[in-house]
Design a protein around this ligand. Structure first.
Ligand SMILES: [Zn+2]
Length: 364
Protein backbone atom coordinates (compact mmCIF):
# COMPACT_ATOMS: atom_id res chain seq x y z
CA UNK A 1 0.00 0.00 0.00
CA UNK A 2 1.11 3.60 -0.58
CA UNK A 3 2.45 5.25 2.52
CA UNK A 4 1.02 8.62 1.53
CA UNK A 5 -2.03 9.94 -0.28
CA UNK A 6 -3.12 13.15 -1.93
CA UNK A 7 -5.79 15.55 -0.72
CA UNK A 8 -7.17 18.93 -1.81
CA UNK A 9 -6.82 21.18 1.21
CA UNK A 10 -8.53 24.47 1.98
CA UNK A 11 -6.16 26.63 4.06
CA UNK A 12 -8.46 29.65 4.10
CA UNK A 13 -11.93 30.46 2.79
CA UNK A 14 -12.14 32.08 -0.66
CA UNK A 15 -8.69 30.73 -1.63
CA UNK A 16 -7.78 28.06 -4.17
CA UNK A 17 -7.59 24.57 -2.68
CA UNK A 18 -4.06 23.12 -2.59
CA UNK A 19 -3.08 19.56 -3.40
CA UNK A 20 -1.09 18.18 -0.47
CA UNK A 21 0.35 14.83 0.42
CA UNK A 22 -0.28 13.31 3.85
CA UNK A 23 0.98 10.07 5.40
CA UNK A 24 -1.54 7.27 5.83
CA UNK A 25 -2.09 6.30 9.46
CA UNK A 26 -2.12 2.81 10.90
CA UNK A 27 -5.70 1.53 10.77
CA UNK A 28 -6.85 1.27 14.38
CA UNK A 29 -9.36 -1.04 16.00
CA UNK A 30 -12.88 -0.49 14.65
CA UNK A 31 -11.65 1.77 11.85
CA UNK A 32 -11.63 1.37 8.06
CA UNK A 33 -9.34 2.81 5.42
CA UNK A 34 -11.16 3.53 2.18
CA UNK A 35 -9.85 4.41 -1.27
CA UNK A 36 -12.24 7.12 -2.46
CA UNK A 37 -13.81 6.46 -5.85
CA UNK A 38 -16.19 9.42 -6.03
CA UNK A 39 -17.07 12.52 -4.02
CA UNK A 40 -19.78 14.91 -5.14
CA UNK A 41 -19.76 18.61 -4.26
CA UNK A 42 -22.56 19.66 -1.93
CA UNK A 43 -23.89 23.19 -1.47
CA UNK A 44 -22.47 23.27 2.05
CA UNK A 45 -18.95 22.62 0.68
CA UNK A 46 -19.44 25.78 -1.35
CA UNK A 47 -20.75 27.69 1.68
CA UNK A 48 -17.56 26.78 3.59
CA UNK A 49 -15.34 27.57 0.62
CA UNK A 50 -17.01 30.94 0.05
CA UNK A 51 -16.77 31.81 3.75
CA UNK A 52 -20.55 31.90 4.20
CA UNK A 53 -20.07 29.71 7.24
CA UNK A 54 -17.16 28.93 9.54
CA UNK A 55 -14.91 25.97 8.81
CA UNK A 56 -11.76 24.99 10.74
CA UNK A 57 -8.62 25.09 8.60
CA UNK A 58 -6.75 23.37 7.16
CA UNK A 59 -9.62 21.23 5.99
CA UNK A 60 -10.39 18.61 3.35
CA UNK A 61 -13.90 19.50 2.23
CA UNK A 62 -16.27 16.98 0.64
CA UNK A 63 -18.64 14.65 2.49
CA UNK A 64 -20.75 12.98 -0.21
CA UNK A 65 -18.21 10.19 -0.49
CA UNK A 66 -18.10 6.59 -1.66
CA UNK A 67 -15.10 4.31 -1.85
CA UNK A 68 -13.61 0.84 -1.66
CA UNK A 69 -12.29 -0.76 1.49
CA UNK A 70 -8.50 -1.12 1.39
CA UNK A 71 -8.00 -2.03 5.03
CA UNK A 72 -10.31 -3.20 7.79
CA UNK A 73 -9.36 -2.48 11.39
CA UNK A 74 -9.55 -5.16 14.03
CA UNK A 75 -13.11 -6.10 14.93
CA UNK A 76 -14.81 -4.69 11.84
CA UNK A 77 -16.78 -7.54 10.30
CA UNK A 78 -20.23 -6.22 9.33
CA UNK A 79 -21.86 -3.06 8.03
CA UNK A 80 -24.85 -1.39 9.72
CA UNK A 81 -27.20 -3.45 7.55
CA UNK A 82 -25.61 -6.60 9.05
CA UNK A 83 -23.86 -7.59 5.82
CA UNK A 84 -20.31 -8.92 6.03
CA UNK A 85 -17.51 -6.58 5.01
CA UNK A 86 -14.32 -7.46 3.19
CA UNK A 87 -11.48 -5.74 1.34
CA UNK A 88 -12.59 -4.26 -1.96
CA UNK A 89 -16.23 -3.79 -0.94
CA UNK A 90 -17.82 -0.56 -2.14
CA UNK A 91 -19.28 1.37 0.77
CA UNK A 92 -20.96 4.59 1.78
CA UNK A 93 -21.22 5.86 5.36
CA UNK A 94 -22.98 8.40 7.56
CA UNK A 95 -21.70 11.96 7.30
CA UNK A 96 -21.14 11.87 11.06
CA UNK A 97 -19.30 9.87 13.68
CA UNK A 98 -21.29 10.03 16.91
CA UNK A 99 -20.79 8.57 20.40
CA UNK A 100 -24.15 6.84 20.87
CA UNK A 101 -24.15 7.56 24.60
CA UNK A 102 -24.62 11.30 25.14
CA UNK A 103 -27.97 12.92 25.93
CA UNK A 104 -28.89 13.67 22.31
CA UNK A 105 -27.63 10.35 20.90
CA UNK A 106 -29.15 8.16 23.58
CA UNK A 107 -32.18 10.00 24.87
CA UNK A 108 -33.47 12.24 22.10
CA UNK A 109 -32.79 10.37 18.87
CA UNK A 110 -30.69 13.22 17.52
CA UNK A 111 -27.39 11.51 16.76
CA UNK A 112 -26.52 14.30 14.34
CA UNK A 113 -26.38 16.64 17.34
CA UNK A 114 -24.05 14.36 19.36
CA UNK A 115 -21.96 16.01 22.06
CA UNK A 116 -18.74 14.62 20.52
CA UNK A 117 -19.82 14.84 16.91
CA UNK A 118 -17.26 14.50 14.13
CA UNK A 119 -18.28 15.11 10.55
CA UNK A 120 -16.46 14.09 7.41
CA UNK A 121 -15.47 17.12 5.37
CA UNK A 122 -16.18 19.46 8.29
CA UNK A 123 -13.25 18.96 10.69
CA UNK A 124 -9.62 20.07 10.49
CA UNK A 125 -7.19 17.74 8.74
CA UNK A 126 -4.13 19.14 10.56
CA UNK A 127 -3.46 16.06 12.67
CA UNK A 128 -3.49 12.33 11.88
CA UNK A 129 -5.32 10.53 10.39
CA UNK A 130 -5.61 13.65 8.16
CA UNK A 131 -7.93 11.90 5.67
CA UNK A 132 -11.28 12.96 7.10
CA UNK A 133 -12.82 14.59 4.01
CA UNK A 134 -13.87 13.59 0.52
CA UNK A 135 -11.65 15.62 -1.81
CA UNK A 136 -8.80 13.16 -1.36
CA UNK A 137 -7.55 9.77 -2.40
CA UNK A 138 -8.36 8.13 0.93
CA UNK A 139 -10.77 8.44 3.81
CA UNK A 140 -10.17 7.13 7.29
CA UNK A 141 -13.43 5.97 8.84
CA UNK A 142 -13.67 6.01 12.62
CA UNK A 143 -15.67 3.61 14.85
CA UNK A 144 -18.68 5.86 15.54
CA UNK A 145 -19.59 5.90 11.84
CA UNK A 146 -22.33 3.69 10.34
CA UNK A 147 -21.32 1.94 7.13
CA UNK A 148 -23.46 0.53 4.31
CA UNK A 149 -22.39 -1.62 1.39
CA UNK A 150 -23.47 -0.13 -1.93
CA UNK A 151 -25.96 -2.42 -3.71
CA UNK A 152 -24.45 -3.99 -6.86
CA UNK A 153 -26.96 -2.32 -9.19
CA UNK A 154 -25.83 1.22 -8.23
CA UNK A 155 -22.84 2.99 -9.72
CA UNK A 156 -20.46 4.98 -7.50
CA UNK A 157 -21.79 8.22 -8.98
CA UNK A 158 -25.40 7.26 -8.30
CA UNK A 159 -24.58 6.37 -4.69
CA UNK A 160 -22.32 9.32 -3.80
CA UNK A 161 -24.96 12.03 -3.06
CA UNK A 162 -26.94 9.60 -0.88
CA UNK A 163 -25.12 10.30 2.39
CA UNK A 164 -26.00 13.99 2.41
CA UNK A 165 -28.53 15.21 -0.16
CA UNK A 166 -30.74 12.12 -0.28
CA UNK A 167 -30.57 11.07 3.38
CA UNK A 168 -31.39 14.66 4.43
CA UNK A 169 -34.49 14.68 2.26
CA UNK A 170 -35.56 11.26 3.61
CA UNK A 171 -35.24 12.77 7.10
CA UNK A 172 -37.24 15.84 6.03
CA UNK A 173 -40.17 13.90 4.63
CA UNK A 174 -40.20 11.70 7.73
CA UNK A 175 -40.20 14.78 10.00
CA UNK A 176 -43.11 16.22 8.03
CA UNK A 177 -44.97 12.91 8.22
CA UNK A 178 -45.54 12.85 4.47
CA UNK A 179 -48.51 10.69 3.44
CA UNK A 180 -49.83 9.38 0.16
CA UNK A 181 -52.29 11.56 -1.77
CA UNK A 182 -50.90 14.70 -0.14
CA UNK A 183 -50.01 17.76 -2.21
CA UNK A 184 -46.48 19.05 -1.82
CA UNK A 185 -44.51 22.09 -2.87
CA UNK A 186 -40.74 21.77 -3.33
CA UNK A 187 -38.84 25.08 -3.46
CA UNK A 188 -35.66 24.66 -5.51
CA UNK A 189 -34.27 22.16 -8.00
CA UNK A 190 -30.84 21.13 -6.82
CA UNK A 191 -30.03 17.56 -5.87
CA UNK A 192 -32.23 17.80 -2.76
CA UNK A 193 -35.20 19.09 -4.74
CA UNK A 194 -34.83 16.30 -7.28
CA UNK A 195 -34.67 13.60 -4.61
CA UNK A 196 -37.57 15.27 -2.78
CA UNK A 197 -39.72 15.04 -5.93
CA UNK A 198 -38.77 11.40 -6.55
CA UNK A 199 -39.52 10.45 -2.94
CA UNK A 200 -42.84 12.29 -3.03
CA UNK A 201 -43.76 10.36 -6.19
CA UNK A 202 -42.63 7.11 -4.59
CA UNK A 203 -44.78 7.92 -1.54
CA UNK A 204 -47.83 8.34 -3.73
CA UNK A 205 -48.24 12.10 -3.43
CA UNK A 206 -50.82 13.70 -5.70
CA UNK A 207 -49.64 17.17 -6.77
CA UNK A 208 -45.87 17.52 -6.70
CA UNK A 209 -45.33 21.21 -7.44
CA UNK A 210 -41.77 22.42 -7.91
CA UNK A 211 -40.52 26.00 -8.15
CA UNK A 212 -37.18 27.37 -9.36
CA UNK A 213 -35.92 30.28 -11.44
CA UNK A 214 -34.17 28.18 -14.10
CA UNK A 215 -36.18 26.55 -16.87
CA UNK A 216 -33.70 23.77 -17.64
CA UNK A 217 -33.80 22.64 -14.01
CA UNK A 218 -37.60 22.67 -13.96
CA UNK A 219 -37.63 20.62 -17.14
CA UNK A 220 -35.20 18.16 -15.56
CA UNK A 221 -37.22 17.60 -12.38
CA UNK A 222 -40.20 16.42 -14.45
CA UNK A 223 -38.24 13.20 -14.98
CA UNK A 224 -38.29 12.74 -11.20
CA UNK A 225 -42.00 12.92 -10.57
CA UNK A 226 -42.81 16.65 -10.58
CA UNK A 227 -46.40 17.05 -11.74
CA UNK A 228 -46.35 20.86 -12.00
CA UNK A 229 -43.44 23.26 -12.31
CA UNK A 230 -43.46 27.03 -11.89
CA UNK A 231 -40.67 29.37 -12.95
CA UNK A 232 -40.97 32.08 -10.31
CA UNK A 233 -38.30 34.37 -11.74
CA UNK A 234 -40.60 37.16 -12.90
CA UNK A 235 -43.53 36.46 -10.59
CA UNK A 236 -44.61 38.43 -7.55
CA UNK A 237 -45.15 36.46 -4.33
CA UNK A 238 -48.94 36.88 -4.52
CA UNK A 239 -48.93 35.37 -8.02
CA UNK A 240 -46.89 32.39 -6.88
CA UNK A 241 -49.19 31.77 -3.90
CA UNK A 242 -52.23 32.04 -6.16
CA UNK A 243 -50.74 29.57 -8.66
CA UNK A 244 -50.15 27.01 -5.87
CA UNK A 245 -53.62 27.56 -4.41
CA UNK A 246 -55.18 27.13 -7.87
CA UNK A 247 -53.37 23.83 -8.33
CA UNK A 248 -54.73 22.48 -5.05
CA UNK A 249 -58.47 23.16 -5.38
CA UNK A 250 -58.16 26.44 -3.52
CA UNK A 251 -56.62 24.97 -0.38
CA UNK A 252 -52.83 25.27 -0.60
CA UNK A 253 -50.40 22.39 -0.23
CA UNK A 254 -50.15 19.98 2.70
CA UNK A 255 -46.38 20.22 2.94
CA UNK A 256 -43.68 22.59 1.67
CA UNK A 257 -40.05 21.58 1.47
CA UNK A 258 -37.53 24.40 1.16
CA UNK A 259 -34.30 23.16 -0.40
CA UNK A 260 -33.02 26.32 -2.07
CA UNK A 261 -31.20 28.02 0.81
CA UNK A 262 -33.02 31.30 0.19
CA UNK A 263 -34.47 32.72 3.46
CA UNK A 264 -37.23 34.72 1.74
CA UNK A 265 -38.71 31.45 0.46
CA UNK A 266 -39.79 30.55 3.99
CA UNK A 267 -42.49 33.27 4.36
CA UNK A 268 -43.55 32.60 0.77
CA UNK A 269 -43.80 28.85 1.38
CA UNK A 270 -45.74 29.30 4.63
CA UNK A 271 -48.31 31.28 2.66
CA UNK A 272 -48.63 28.40 0.19
CA UNK A 273 -49.71 25.96 2.93
CA UNK A 274 -53.28 24.91 3.59
CA UNK A 275 -54.62 25.26 7.15
CA UNK A 276 -52.76 22.72 9.30
CA UNK A 277 -49.92 22.44 6.76
CA UNK A 278 -46.30 21.63 7.58
CA UNK A 279 -43.18 23.42 6.38
CA UNK A 280 -39.70 21.84 6.33
CA UNK A 281 -36.65 24.13 6.08
CA UNK A 282 -33.50 22.39 4.83
CA UNK A 283 -31.52 24.81 2.73
CA UNK A 284 -30.93 27.75 5.06
CA UNK A 285 -27.99 26.04 6.80
CA UNK A 286 -25.85 29.15 7.27
CA UNK A 287 -26.01 31.99 9.82
CA UNK A 288 -27.79 35.23 8.98
CA UNK A 289 -30.61 33.52 7.08
CA UNK A 290 -33.22 35.86 8.55
CA UNK A 291 -36.86 36.28 7.60
CA UNK A 292 -39.86 38.01 9.11
CA UNK A 293 -43.36 36.60 9.35
CA UNK A 294 -46.62 37.47 11.00
CA UNK A 295 -46.81 34.81 13.72
CA UNK A 296 -50.57 35.20 13.97
CA UNK A 297 -50.83 33.38 10.65
CA UNK A 298 -48.99 30.39 12.16
CA UNK A 299 -51.41 30.41 15.10
CA UNK A 300 -54.66 31.06 13.27
CA UNK A 301 -53.92 28.56 10.51
CA UNK A 302 -52.35 25.82 12.68
CA UNK A 303 -49.07 25.81 10.73
CA UNK A 304 -45.98 23.79 11.67
CA UNK A 305 -42.47 24.99 10.86
CA UNK A 306 -39.71 22.37 11.09
CA UNK A 307 -35.96 22.62 10.67
CA UNK A 308 -34.10 19.50 9.53
CA UNK A 309 -30.30 19.43 9.47
CA UNK A 310 -28.53 16.18 8.48
CA UNK A 311 -30.19 12.89 9.38
CA UNK A 312 -30.19 9.63 11.32
CA UNK A 313 -28.54 6.42 10.09
CA UNK A 314 -31.88 4.89 9.12
CA UNK A 315 -32.46 7.73 6.66
CA UNK A 316 -29.25 6.87 4.83
CA UNK A 317 -30.15 3.19 4.78
CA UNK A 318 -33.61 3.94 3.37
CA UNK A 319 -32.10 6.33 0.86
CA UNK A 320 -29.76 3.64 -0.45
CA UNK A 321 -32.62 1.14 -0.64
CA UNK A 322 -34.75 3.70 -2.48
CA UNK A 323 -32.01 4.36 -5.05
CA UNK A 324 -31.47 0.65 -5.61
CA UNK A 325 -35.17 -0.13 -5.90
CA UNK A 326 -36.08 2.82 -8.13
CA UNK A 327 -33.03 3.21 -10.35
CA UNK A 328 -34.89 1.95 -13.41
CA UNK A 329 -37.78 4.29 -12.71
CA UNK A 330 -35.88 7.53 -12.10
CA UNK A 331 -32.70 8.49 -14.05
CA UNK A 332 -30.56 9.10 -10.95
CA UNK A 333 -27.37 8.87 -13.02
CA UNK A 334 -28.26 12.17 -14.70
CA UNK A 335 -27.74 14.10 -11.44
CA UNK A 336 -24.00 13.98 -12.04
CA UNK A 337 -23.55 16.56 -14.76
CA UNK A 338 -19.80 17.26 -14.51
CA UNK A 339 -16.72 15.19 -13.62
CA UNK A 340 -13.23 16.32 -12.59
CA UNK A 341 -10.07 14.71 -11.28
CA UNK A 342 -8.70 15.63 -7.85
CA UNK A 343 -6.07 17.83 -9.50
CA UNK A 344 -8.87 19.82 -11.16
CA UNK A 345 -10.60 20.52 -7.84
CA UNK A 346 -10.65 24.30 -8.18
CA UNK A 347 -12.29 24.09 -11.59
CA UNK A 348 -14.77 21.61 -10.11
CA UNK A 349 -15.65 24.02 -7.29
CA UNK A 350 -16.15 26.89 -9.73
CA UNK A 351 -18.46 24.82 -11.93
CA UNK A 352 -20.43 23.73 -8.86
CA UNK A 353 -20.70 27.36 -7.76
CA UNK A 354 -21.93 28.48 -11.18
CA UNK A 355 -25.08 26.37 -10.78
CA UNK A 356 -24.91 25.20 -14.38
CA UNK A 357 -25.00 21.55 -13.34
CA UNK A 358 -26.77 19.59 -10.63
CA UNK A 359 -23.99 17.62 -8.91
CA UNK A 360 -20.31 17.89 -9.81
CA UNK A 361 -18.26 14.75 -9.16
CA UNK A 362 -14.63 14.64 -8.10
CA UNK A 363 -13.09 11.33 -9.16
CA UNK A 364 -9.67 10.84 -7.55
ZN1 LIG B 1 -23.93 18.16 2.23
Amino acid sequence: MNKTGKAAVMTEAKRELEIREYPLSQVGEGCILVKITCCTICGSDLHSWLGKRQAPTPIILGHEIVGEIVELGEGVTHDSGDQTLKMGDRITWTIMDNCGKCYYCREKGLMMKCRSLKKYGHDSCASPPHFVGGFAEYCYITPGTCIFKIPPNLTNEEAAPANCALATVVAGWEAAGLRSFENVLIQGVGALGIYAAALAKHNGCYKIIVTDILDHRLEFVKEFGATNTINTKNMRDEEIIQAVVDLTDGFGVDVVMEVAGVPSLIPLGLKCLRKGGRFVAHGTAFPGANFTYDASDIVFRWLTLLGVHNYDTRHLQRGIQFLSQMRDFFPFHKLITHRFSLNEINQAMRVAQSGEGIRVAVLP
